[in-house]
Design a protein around this ligand. Structure first.
Ligand code: PCA
Length: 319
């Protein structure tokens, strides 16, 4: 009896300070700047809450495969996670606008596009009980091949690594054969001959040692796609006001820091590829105009599928 009372009393004192532990899955590996950024976010939340909220990052799809992360947060299997935003484009075109070729191709464009996109996708995510915390772009996407590509025609017939529906569509329109492969599996897919070309950032190219299986890189800078960190709203709402403020504050810092890291990556990792012997060449006018033609077709398809809210992103961005 005495023990019980003492135990209950102890629990009453102890529980308000018991640390909340959150698992945070991401599809990307530890050497990815996004993963480093979210790890720092987790560290800052832990420090700001004196350990009351302890977030553990699980990288490289080790906790959930990429395709399941959003639904795992929705169903509260995990409270928080990171994924590639345009992977949700099958749910609503609004999620996919940052992966449409030649809509936003620089960080300035991407900043403007995110400002227009954020309110629309915030509302869509809220319908699923989700809340975005921050979003960070990858460097602009470039073309990786085994020889110099002068025109889009030269992509025809190539097995082409894709990471979302838009890239699959682009590859198909170029006459190539898209194969979906996660970033963490790139090196293996190339070395086993599953694919022979890809479009991704210098960041992912360098992190997967592209020079081991590819020789040419062209910074076509076709789009600037983003990752997003999302939290389950019900779980977030249960946190104390102080902890919520600490999370929001760390999120704002992570977004600013992440955009800076991304710009730095674009420079550093392109140099790393050149240092490792890859031929870095500017796209020819013919290649550019061929890709722009595909982009225009894709944007027509996107617009045909887009809701009024999704279309408003484009008009806000373009005005
Ligand atoms: N890297 C990720 C997404 C975009 C990028 O630059 C990938 O290749 O899967």
């Amino acid at each position: 009896m005495k023990y019980t009372i003492a135990f209950v009393a102890m629990m009453a004192i102890a529980s308000p300070v018991m640390a909340e532990k959150w698992d945070m899955p991401t599809p990307y590996g530890d050497s990815t700047f996004h993963t480093q950024n979210i790890s720092q976010f987790a560290d800052e939340v832990r420090a700001a809450t004196n350990g009351d909220l302890d977030i553990t990052v699980h990288s490289a799809g080790s906790l959930f495969p990429h395709s399941e992360i959003k639904n795992a947060i929705r169903s509260r299997q995990v409270p928080i996670g990171e994924f590639f935003l345009s992977r949700l484009s099958n749910e609503d075109a609004a999620y996919g606008i940052d992966s449409q070729p030649f809509v936003a191709t620089s960080y300035d464009d991407a900043t403007k596009l995110w400002a227009a996109q954020k309110p629309v996708i915030t509302e869509l995510l809220a319908e699923q009980g989700l809340m975005p915390l921050f979003s960070v772009p990858w460097p602009a996407q470039g073309l990786y091949t085994k020889s110099e590509i002068a025109t889009v025609d030269q992509l025809a017939g190539l097995r082409f690594r894709a990471y979302n529906a838009a890239l699959e569509e682009l590859a198909t329109l170029a006459g190539a054969a898209p194969v979906q492969i996660e970033a963490a599996d790139i090196a293996q897919a190339f070395s086993t001959g599953q694919v022979a070309a890809m479009i991704t950032s210098p960041s992912t190219g360098a992190n997967s040692s592209a020079w081991d299986f590819l020789s040419h890189y062209s910074p076509i800078n076709a789009w600037v796609p983003k990752n997003i960190v999302v939290v389950n709203k019900r779980v977030f709402d249960k946190l104390s006001a102080e902890t919520q403020a600490a999370v929001m504050d760390a999120a704002a810092k992570a977004e600013t820091r992440g955009w800076e890291m991304s710009a730095e990556e674009a420079k550093v990792k392109t140099a790393v590829m050149a240092d490792n012997g890859m031929v870095v060449y500017d796209p020819s006018d013919a290649l550019k105009s061929g890709l722009e033609g595909i982009g225009a077709t894709m944007l027509e398809t996107w617009t045909a599928k887009a809701s009024d809210a999704a279309k408003s992103i484009l008009s806000t961005y373009q005005n």
